[in-house]
Write a protein that binds this ligand. Structure first.
Ligand SMILES: *Cc1c(COP(=O)(O)O)cnc(C)c1O
Length: 396
């Protein structure tokens, strides 16, 4: 099938949940993707903050091939080694005592909802079911996670959603204090909001949430599905705040492109969960977890994390110095950056395709930069050279 045939067949056979640009991607190498016509695109999206190590990393490919020749799936009815090794690595590098695996971000959030509700019920009785989330949040699209996602457009067609959710204002402790109370089972927050427009939570805000959760006996959940695992230049985005959550959700980059989610928990949370409380047929199979362990080891390397910090700082500096047209703010951490625009971010993304750049928006007016973490100087130079014209064209 050539590109036109693929696009026509897609329009006919797929449920149209995503609008897509008019080319077909066929291969990738490092930080570059190529379409069926041989056109090259520099990737500033990384499959939505997934492909931290880019495309075709030899070590990841070899791990995948080796694992595929062994066991791909046996279900969670049996012992296998790779998911245990991955859980051990995650526990050793985090606040957590135990890990629950899922297949996606939204499923990791669903597990966090169920675990924190059962924890609250077990220790405080049946009335403590409320979950507090924040304006600008994105936690996923299944019915529980969607209830925590503060986007009217995403929620409206699907009501009624999971009840007993309250929204407070992000980065506003007074608003959080008004919302969190004795009925609150859990508070969920992204340490850096992704889909909502790249908004880092203030350290004082996260510290205040910890205090409010302690005061009212609520579990604190950090959703690090997008901002975690090295994206912000530290292994966990919440590290600089010094706050320890009770649960943390991970997904996007963990599997090197294979689907996996994880819900990390303290012993206190894990202590209320037993056989039958939750589960998944596919989760944490030996193939995906063998690959995820290699990805995790690579990302957790302090030298790798330092390189993300340095590249992110240099990129922010250059974006600010460039005084780009129609850009009013450059914000974010590490290689999770947002450019606040006075023009349509979607138009910028479209112009980017023509210029050989894959870009993505976060809402209507934010251009989001979430490249593979292995992005280099050459790609930064290219971005800065091309952006002024792309931004001017998008204003026309
Ligand atoms: C992407 C995302 C999710 C949902 O993950 P899926 O794998 O798409 O289900 C949840 N929370 C955050 C912060 C995300 O960025």
């Amino acid at each position: 099938m050539d590109a036109r045939q693929v696009i026509e067949a897609e329009a006919r056979y797929l449920v149209p949940t995503y609008p897509r640009p008019p080319f077909v991607l066929t291969r990738g190498e490092g930080v570059y993707l190529y379409d069926s016509e041989g056109r090259r695109y520099t990737d500033w999206v990384a499959g939505i903050a997934v492909n931290a190590l880019g495309y075709g990393d030899p070590e990841i490919v070899a791990t995948l091939q080796e694992a595929a020749a062994g066991l791909i799936h046996v279900s969670n009815l049996y012992h296998t080694a790779p998911h245990v090794a991955l859980a051990e690595a995650l526990v050793q590098h985090s606040f957590a005592d135990r890990v629950y695996f899922a297949n996606s971000g939204t499923e990791a959030v669903e597990a966090a909802i169920k675990f924190s509700r059962k924890w609250a019920r077990t220790h405080f009785g049946p009335g403590k079911t409320q979950i507090v989330a924040f304006t600008g949040s994105f936690h996923g699209r299944t019915m529980g996670a969607l209830a925590l996602t503060a986007r009217e457009k995403y929620q409206a067609p699907f009501r009624p959603l999971m009840p007993d959710v309250v929204f407070a204002r992000f980065n506003d402790l007074a608003s959080a204090e008004a919302a969190i109370g004795p009925r609150t089972a859990a508070v969920i927050v992204e340490p850096v909001q992704g889909e909502g427009g790249i908004h880092p939570a203030d350290d004082a805000f996260l510290q205040g949430l910890r205090e409010l959760c302690d005061r009212h006996g609520a579990a604190l959940i950090f959703d690090e599905i997008q901002c975690g695992l090295g994206r912000t230049g530290t292994l966990w985005a919440h590290e600089p705040s010094g706050v320890r959550p009770d649960l943390m959700t991970l997904a996007k980059p963990l599997g090197g492109g294979l689907p996996i989610g994880a819900t990390l928990v303290t012993e206190a949370i894990a202590g209320v969960i037993g056989p039958g409380d939750h589960g998944s047929t596919f989760a944490a199979g030996p193939l995906v977890t063998a690959v995820a362990l290699r990805v995790f080891q690579r990302i957790a390397d302090p030298a790798f994390l330092a390189s993300v910090r340095e590249k992110g700082e240099a990129l922010v500096r250059r974006l600010r110095e460039a005084q780009l047209p129609h850009v009013v703010e450059v914000r974010g951490r590490g290689l999770m950056l947002g450019l606040e625009l006075t023009v349509s971010a979607k138009k910028v993304v479209e112009r980017g395709y023509e210029a050989g750049l894959l870009l993505v928006n976060a809402g209507d007016t934010v251009l989001r930069l979430i490249p593979p973490l292995i992005i280099g100087q050459e790609q930064v130079d290219e971005l800065l050279e091309k952006l002024p014209r792309i931004l001017e064209e998008a204003s026309g």
